[in-house]
Design a protein around this ligand. Structure first.
Ligand code: NAP
Length: 246
């Protein structure tokens, strides 16, 4: 039980990578707050968390709305009195070639992925600084490091998260709050299921380990970054991609 009695907030925690992260942290004893726009999956996932013997809390949250994030922070403090861990995982794609990309698709992706990470960090970090303890992990992407045709908005949002991670890490390091980013490669979730088969085959050819990653692969790395074994690591971007980018 590496995280007994810790309180973790996971955005986009209703399904996919976020849900797997929540299950992993719960297995290690953390009480988990799942925040998501997907209400239907949210309640089911919180029930799975509670079945592991920890406390869970479901909060309907659109991370791109600062007011909603502030009220999320208040609800968590009302119930648990502290937040030790924040996983900024909520993310969306709205793919399209730059010349054809609609302004609303640019705005939506930047707003959820980048502004959402800023909003939740801003709300949560104050309490962490006061308690002189905190672990923040931002889920970026390999695309934020290498770019991808058809994903200018997504790449910009994830590269932005990397800049935000490093700046925040510098601001809060002296108070024992670490801020790191994870840059996953191709992970098998609903986000990637929708891609055409030929795109998936082309991706697979670029992965030296010849398989897609799983949400569990990512959650094991998150567990390391929120635990005591990584207490001297901050401001880093840790890649997890089967060798796709070295
Ligand atoms: P996913 O299966 O689509 O799950 C994302 C979750 O976030 C969904 O429950 C979604 O709700 C929720 N969400 C969407 N917009 C939100 C908002 N505004 N506020 C709160 N929650 C919101 O995606 P995933 O593959 O698990 O991805 C998780 C994170 O990993 C994302 O940041 C993604 O960019 C990143 N990532 C994924 C991959 C990959 O290959 N899968 C690779 C690199 C990085 P709905 O169900 O209603 O959409």
């Amino acid at each position: 039980m590496k995280l007994k009695d810790k309180v973790a907030v996971i955005t986009g925690g209703a399904r996919g990578i976020g849900k797997e992260i929540a299950l992993m942290l719960a297995k290690e004893g953390a009480n988990c707050v799942l925040c998501d726009v997907n209400e239907e999956e949210l309640d089911k996932s919180v029930a799975e968390i509670e079945a592991l013997g920890v406390q869970g809390l479901a909060i309907k949250l659109n991370v791109s709305d600062l007011g909603q994030c502030e009220s999320m922070g208040n609800k968590v403090i009302d119930k648990f009195e502290k937040i030790d861990i924040l996983i900024n995982n909520a993310g969306i794609t709205r793919d399209g070639l730059l010349l054809r990309m609609r302004e609303e698709d640019w705005d939506a992706v930047i707003s959820v992925n980048l502004k959402g990470t800023f909003n939740c960090t801003k709300v949560v970090v104050k309490g962490m600084l006061k308690k002189r303890y905190g672990r923040i992990v931002n889920i970026a992407s390999i695309i934020g490091l290498m770019g991808n045709a058809g994903q200018a908005n997504y790449a910009a949002s994830k590269a932005g998260i990397i800049g935000l991670t490093k700046s925040a890490a510098r601001e809060v390091a002296s108070r024992n709050v670490t801020v790191n980013a994870i840059a996953p490669g191709f992970i098998d979730t609903k986000m990637t299921h929708v891609l055409p088969e030929e795109v998936k085959e082309a991706m697979l050819k670029q992965i030296p380990m010849a398989r897609f990653g799983t949400p569990e692969d990512v959650s094991k790395l998150v567990l390391f970054l929120v635990g005591d074994d990584s207490s001297y690591i901050t401001g880093q971007v840790v890649q997890i991609n089967g060798g796709m980018l070295m």
